[in-house]
Design a protein around this ligand. Structure first.
Ligand SMILES: NC(=O)c1ccc[n+]([C@@H]2O[C@H](COP(=O)([O-])OP(=O)(O)OC[C@H]3O[C@@H](n4cnc5c(N)ncnc54)[C@H](OP(=O)(O)O)[C@@H]3O)[C@@H](O)[C@H]2O)c1
Length: 255
């Protein structure tokens, strides 16, 4: 069944007392998350590794003018030390961060595992997994209990995709990271993930009407942040019908 979602009807929660870091916010899915969070009134901080990407991202959001709640910070977080230093710099400059959404890394596909090169393994498994772990360890001890730490993952975390072994293994590892973090943090932190099918983004040449959009993903992340009861949860939205259910469950869309 195809669900219909019109975000003009959505209930964006008031997150004006919150300050979120959207890691990977310059990316295809991240753009929608940033747009959704800006609609909530939150302060939105987007780290990016290069000044060039920062400028590109400002162009991408040029339809919003110059949103005063958006702060783009150039810095690396690909190692434990870099992420720790970046977190300290962001907190020093902007004050306490309440929420972190990690939408880090992209897609890779093309050959069976036995043909994967060391460089591909390093880039798509080691580097991306390390960036996620580095951000989690840099931020989680400093987030308030009312805040949230969220991961954006794909369905390859649970369904093997032929020719995409590295990403499937990496996403599965990150899903387990989410679950381990939850049991380790207990009641101290709210940790959740979204597990998504293909997402409609500006990079897509072909779009299926049953795919979820990056702004819907963003609204779910705002809904997770807004609901203090949400913790230790994975929201699965492979298609519009599941996304509609997720949005309604989080009370950010009419039921
Ligand atoms: N696109 C989809 O259809 C889709 C579907 C389901 C799930 N997802 C999930 O959504 C998440 C984001 O995917 P995406 O498609 O938005 O990716 P993307 O467009 O490639 O963006 C990835 C972002 O991650 C940041 N990044 C930081 N360290 C990185 C590293 N070592 N390598 C690559 N990027 C790094 C980049 O930021 P800077 O370059 O600015 O530093 C970039 O903004 C992933 O977990 C993916 O599995 C995506």
């Amino acid at each position: 069944m195809t669900g219909t979602i019109n975000l003009d009807n959505a209930f964006y929660p008031d997150l004006s007392q919150r300050q979120a870091v959207i890691a990977g916010g310059t990316g295809d899915v991240g753009e929608g998350i940033v747009r959704a969070w800006l609609k909530t009134g939150a302060q939105v901080i987007v780290p990016t590794r290069t000044d060039g990407r920062a400028e590109q991202f400002k162009d991408v959001l040029s339809d919003l003018g110059q949103p005063e709640n958006l702060h783009i910070v150039t810095g690396h977080y690909g190692s434990f030390d870099d992420a720790q230093a970046l977190a300290a710099r962001i907190t020093g400059q902007y004050g306490q961060v309440t929420d972190v959404v990690a939408s880090i890394g992209g897609w890779w596909q093309g050959k069976p595992l036995w043909d994967v090169s060391p460089e591909e393994w390093q880039r798509y498994f080691v580097d991306m997994t390390t960036a996620h772990a580095a951000m989690a360890r840099a931020w989680i001890p400093h987030l308030p209990q009312t805040g949230s730490y969220q991961l954006i993952l794909g369905g390859s975390a649970v369904e093997p995709v032929p020719g995409a072994s590295i990403i499937s293994m990496q996403q599965a590892a990150l899903l387990m990271m989410r679950r381990v973090l939850s049991v380790e943090a207990g009641e101290s932190n709210r940790i959740a993930a979204q597990i998504l099918g293909p997402v409609v983004t500006r990079a897509r040449k072909r779009i299926d009407p049953d795919w979820v959009t990056n702004e819907e993903v963003g609204l779910v992340s705002a809904g997770i942040a807004a609901d203090p009861a949400v913790t230790d949860a994975d929201y699965v939205s492979y298609n519009k019908a599941q996304m509609l259910e997720t949005l309604q469950k989080l009370a950010v869309y009419p039921g």
